[in-house]
Write a protein that binds this ligand. Sequence first.
Ligand code: COS
Length: 378
Amino acid sequence: MALLTEEQEGMRKLVSDFAQKEIAPKAASYDLTEKFPMDNWVKMADMGLAGLPIPEKYSGAEVDTVSYVVAIEEISKACAATGAVVAIHTSAGIMPIYLFGTEEQKMKYIPDLASGKKIGAFALTEPGAGSDASRVSTTAKLDGNEYVLNGAKCFISNGGVAETYCVFATVDKSKGVKGITGFIVENGTPGFTIGKKEEKMGIRASSTTELIFENCRIPKENLLGKEGEGFKIAMVVLDSARIGIGAQAVGIAQAAYEEALKYSKVREQFGKPISALQAVSFMLADMAIQIEAARHLVYHAAALKDAGLPFGKEAAMAKTFASDTAVKVALDAIQVMGGYGYSREYPVERLLRDAKITQIYEGTNQIQRVVIAGHILK
Ligand code: COS
């Protein structure tokens, strides 16, 4: 366990007690039904967990990044889908507005988001622009006092349930990345519809949808930053959002490890608990090593951010290592538990399915290596 301040440990205890009591018991049924965990959301909002790192001025809890990632870890340990909802809402839904919005935009949008009255989303990915985010082809044309958006986004987390979307579109395709521009789009704006909802392998209760823009007119005041700044906004936001995904992965890994540990102490074979067999105890030891290392990388990236130091490289490292750890630990937990681990009766098969997305979203682990190499070689 990492050395945390009293305040950060307090956050862990508060969120862990709440998440184990209120969220964990429903995780299996949410996975099965794929129903959005709105009751979890409402309870988290009541507890002030919807805007943890956001200043109190905008109805947030104004805690440091380390406390925020500890909370994401604990929520994800109880239910990874719920962890995804809150991490993406906070790090990618609110942050673009908080970091790059005007004071008017912040006062208009953030209090409802940070208090959890509304959910936020981040819409960058398109069918033809995934890892190569610079290929955004949704267009935004200024017409009088409005921008007119046309195009489609895909794999948008919180799609359909979010009311406020940070959308990236190009104002001039010939300018490449320098044409990409950020906008705030409210759900219900004419010309903006929610498309297909994805049926997913894991984090099934979270909502992942297409977004469709057909002559969607939004007021000029909803421009985020300046025209052409959108790619940089998206990259800056993703740099820190990746710490949250690392925390989600640590939470999933910890949950899988604890299940395997518990099982190994009660399951008897060859006349003793399987934890007494070196083949099993060494697997448990390896899980513990990897989780501890992943947690330290995640907290370190968060601490760098809190200290106002560069953290992009460390965030990419943390996300990569923690997500690989989550997949490995969940797989090994299944192995320790044998047929029971493979069965839906125990949560570890779900944890493996939930873990997989952490190697993919907010930048695949291959893209994280591009980012890390860029830092190392610059
Ligand atoms: N912070 C600030 N600016 C950044 C930045 C960062 N982290 N990363 C890139 N930029 C800037 C660059 O400085 C450059 O600006 P200048 O030309 O003014 O110097 C501009 O953005 C373009 O950068 P670059 O040439 O590196 O962009 P690429 O098209 O090569 O893309 C990667 C870089 C691959 C890293 C980017 O496309 C990426 O992160 N892709 C993954 C997208 C992703 O995570 N999607 C998930 C969506 S949310 S589920």
